[in-house]
Design a protein around this ligand. Structure first.
Ligand code: ING
Length: 314
């Protein structure tokens, strides 16, 4: 019997700096209700879905910076989303800025959680690949200071048995790195959920930034196909505080095919009936890792951070 998950991607348009948690919550609840009305049992919200993408600015005032983080989850402002999930019987992925106190010190992560259909947190992930810089860069219209405001994630790439399958999470830039999908693929993941906030002016190189849309889907489609998994990628998009951000939220099958895609740059729900057994067929043939992978041959893939210097030319 096929394992079908009716999944929704709930794309969000811009969140203004001035938008309160309550105003954002209203939008999230509207999107969750729309997803439910279409039969979804799981909805994927974007990265940093509760606030504007604040790493585009230098923020020196600690109280102002802390205002973008959640010190607890759920909390008074976000509880309505958990209550709605329980009432509607729909689970969700949501990204947010996490602030914890550990041994009297503040630690900050770009985090996502997976919440089940009873409104309980099933899993947590903290973004590993932080793009951009820790120090402001001269000449940029918008900074990208995730390395200033977050630590690299310290939870690895776990997967969880939930929604009738094996579920995994990542966040935004993670989707560009093959290791992200492979670590979960080796754990038999059936569906990778991710949110993204992707500005069009990230690198400042016109030829690269002009391919932002192409590289977005290329990364997710390749990750899906090469690891026999569904990928649900949800954008926060549109022109947010002057920064133009990519939309194109998509639901991608283990074949690598895009089966649903957003067509606006605002709040929009897309859905698909994801047959998890499609991935199973790829894992039993082309990507049967136990039969076809040769780890001994991958000797250059060691725990290295940087590139391996090629041999000097003779
Ligand atoms: N944003 C972007 C992302 O990885 C980026 C940064 C944009 C990298 C364009 C490369 C090209 O989609 C976040 N938040 O990671």
């Amino acid at each position: 019997m096929s394992r079908i998950i009716r999944v929704a991607s709930a794309q969000m348009g811009p969140i203004a700096k001035s938008e309160s948690r309550a105003q954002v919550m209203t939008r999230l609840l509207d999107l969750m209700n729309e997803a439910k009305s279409r039969g979804a049992e799981l909805v994927v919200f974007p990265e940093l879905a509760l606030t504007t993408f604040f790493p585009r600015w230098v923020i020196d005032d600690e109280a102002e910076l802390d205002s973008y983080y959640e010190a607890a989850m759920p909390n008074n402002e976000t509880a309505p989303l958990f209550d709605a999930a329980k009432r509607l019987g729909i689970g969700f992925y949501i990204g947010y800025a996490e602030l914890i106190l550990e041994n009297g010190h503040k630690r900050r992560f770009n985090t996502s959680i997976l919440v089940d259909r009873a409104g309980n947190i099933t899993g947590k992930y903290r973004k590993v690949h932080l793009p951009g810089h820790a120090e402001p860069q001269p000449g940029r219209a918008h900074q990208h200071l995730e390395k200033r405001y977050f630590e690299p994630g310290n939870l690895g790439f776990p997967v969880w048995r939930a929604f009738g399958g094996v579920m995994g999470m990542c966040i935004c830039n993670d989707r560009r790195w093959p290791e992200t999908y492979r670590v979960m693929g080796l754990q038999g993941v059936d569906m990778v959920m991710l949110g993204y906030n992707t500005p069009y002016d990230h690198t400042g190189h016109g030829d690269i930034d002009a391919l932002t849309n192409f590289h977005n889907h290329l990364s997710m489609q390749a990750g899906a196909y090469q690891n026999a998994t569904w990928v649900v990628g949800t954008a926060k998009c549109g022109v947010e505080e002057g920064s133009k951000m990519l939309a194109q939220s998509a639901i991608i099958a283990p074949s690598g095919e895009i089966v649903a895609m957003a067509s606006t740059i605002g709040d929009e729900v897309i859905t698909a009936a994801a047959d998890l057994d499609i991935g199973k067929r790829y894992r039993e043939t082309i990507f049967d890792f136990s039969r076809h992978r040769e780890p001994e041959a991958y000797r250059l893939i060691v725990e290295r951070k940087g590139a391996i210097p090629p041999p000097e030319t003779a």
